[in-house]
Design a protein around this ligand. Structure first.
Ligand code: ADP
Length: 454
């Protein structure tokens, strides 16, 4: 096992990696920007290196500085967390060049799965269903018009290099296409430095269900079941759970087998996620693969009992996995709610200082937070403050526990989405496990009709 690793990330995910490292006796090096000096992860790591200004471009996206920080502190490996450089081939190559292990995928697998249209074609060649759409990026309006007519409206325009639900445009008819195409291209260029977009059939009322996989570096790919991630705002997840209340045992069997096949198609090594859309008739379609640890990995840990960061470290160190894949099961039910610094009425960011910050305590309650009282949530990064994860013997018990934990979460100084999350816990459809990706819109519509302000 490594003696020392560097974590090329910040906030809750840096803390999450530190926690496992402490338990395993692995030393940690944190990196931090001007804005993050006072965050808990900086003091919790064994060493910390300042890497630059507040904006990600000046700090967490600086490959050279991060590699230099690893070299100067003698870190043998880099854990990239999620976001920032986690799927960046330049960092992977730089690690290779300097003899530093990358706690992530091999560069070729990351590259083959990194671009969404290329990934769709790759899995299609392995007889895995994808949402009907264009085989590659579309450029001009004429080309888009022809493709959209063949796919049939409604369609969705998506960034090939996309992530975080950014730049997606739903198009109901041909009249809306040109504007949507331009908007998606502009947003993609701005967010990802790549304006390639493609078209997909817009699946009505779908579920977002994803499968956790682990490629052990010894030629095997295993799965750790599914996560249901259909509670979303602006195409971004806010509540995730495992098991999914929507899928049947037969569908679980098929989807997990498909995910393992997709992992094997790129000889995958590391933790990864196969994201799918499942329509109301329970037909499933591959959406994309994420070649990193996901924000929502704790629900998988709560039901499986595994520590996914530990498995990542063991795989990267060449040890393979430390559990018997045949014995992995989904025990009980876990739900994660993302706590954001945002206005609960419209989900606009609400940065500022946490003048009061008290987490809920209790059995089967886990809080992965990036901040403590007195810290400031700045505009420079994602406004997620923490993740609240609960476990129950049954889904009903887990929902009840989530409701109580939200009641005991006290944050002052900024607005948070906690009032909205509480409302979700009280919703009859959510309680019944009866929801799809339009659920949040429906709740918002109801609030508007009832003139309720949170
Ligand atoms: P990103 O990588 O930006 O997160 P995804 O492709 O994973 O984008 O999609 C994010 C979400 O957007 C999905 O969970 C789903 O709610 C919605 N979405 C994406 N593609 C489609 C589609 N073809 N039809 C309907 N909804 C879609």
């Amino acid at each position: 096992m490594f003696k020392k690793i560097l974590i090329a990330n910040r906030g809750e995910i840096a803390r999450r990696v530190i926690r496992t490292c402490k338990r395993m006796g692995v030393q940690t090096v944190a990196v931090y920007s001007d804005a993050d000096r006072d965050l808990p992860y900086v003091s919790e790591a064994d060493e910390a290196v300042h890497i630059g200004g507040a904006s990600p471009l000046e700090s967490y996206l600086q490959v050279e500085r991060i590699v230099e920080a690893a070299r100067s502190t003698g870190a043998e490996a880099i854990h990239p967390g999620y976001g920032f450089l986690s799927e960046n081939p330049v960092l992977m190559q730089a690690c290779k060049d300097h003899g530093i292990a990358f706690i992530g995928p091999r560069p070729d697998a990351a590259e083959r799965m990194g671009n969404k249209t290329a990934a769709r074609e790759l899995v299609r060649a392995h007889a895995i269903p994808v949402v009907p759409g264009t085989p590659g990026p579309v450029r001009g309006i004429e080309e888009a018009r022809n493709h959209a007519a063949a796919i049939s409206y409604p369609i969705i325009v998506k960034a090939a290099a996309g992530g975080g639900g950014i730049g997606m445009q739903v198009v109901k008819s041909e009249e809306e296409l040109e504007k949507a195409l331009q908007a998606a291209q502009a947003r993609a260029a701005q967010a990802f430095g790549d304006d390639s977009v493609y078209l997909e059939k817009y699946v009505e009322g779908p579920h977002h269900i994803e499968i956790q996989i682990l490629g052990d570096g010894k030629g095997n790919v295993h799965h750790v079941f599914e996560r249901e991630c259909s509670v979303q705002r602006r195409h971004q997840k806010i509540i995730e759970e495992s098991p999914s209340p929507f899928i049947t045992p037969e569908l679980r069997e098929k989807m997990t087998a498909m995910a393992v096949a997709a992992g094997k198609a790129v000889d995958y090594v590391n933790a990864g996620t196969i994201e799918c859309l499942v329509d109301m008739h329970r037909n499933y379609y591959f959406l994309e693969m994420n070649t990193r640890l996901q924000v929502e990995h704790p629900v998988t840990e709560m039901v499986s009992g595994l520590d996914l960061v530990e498995q990542q470290l063991r795989i990267a160190a060449g040890e393979g996995i430390s559990f018997d894949p045949a014995s992995v099961a989904q025990k009980g039910h876990a739900i994660e709610a993302r706590i954001y610094a945002e206005n609960p009425n419209n989900f606009f960011p609400s940065p500022g200082r946490l003048t009061k910050y008290v987490e809920p305590l209790g059995e089967h309650i886990r809080v992965d937070a990036g901040f403590r009282e007195g810290n400031e949530v700045t505009m420079h990064y994602d406004p997620m403050i923490a993740k609240l994860i609960v476990w129950g013997e049954t889904r009903t018990e887990a929902v009840r526990r989530l409701r109580e934990a939200l009641e005991n979460y006290h944050i002052e100084g900024i607005k948070t989405n906690i009032p909205f999350l509480k409302l979700v816990c009280e919703d009859a459809d959510f309680a019944a496990g009866n929801y799809d990706t339009h659920f949040v819109e429906r709740v918002q519509k109801r609030l508007k009709e009832q003139k309720v302000k949170l």
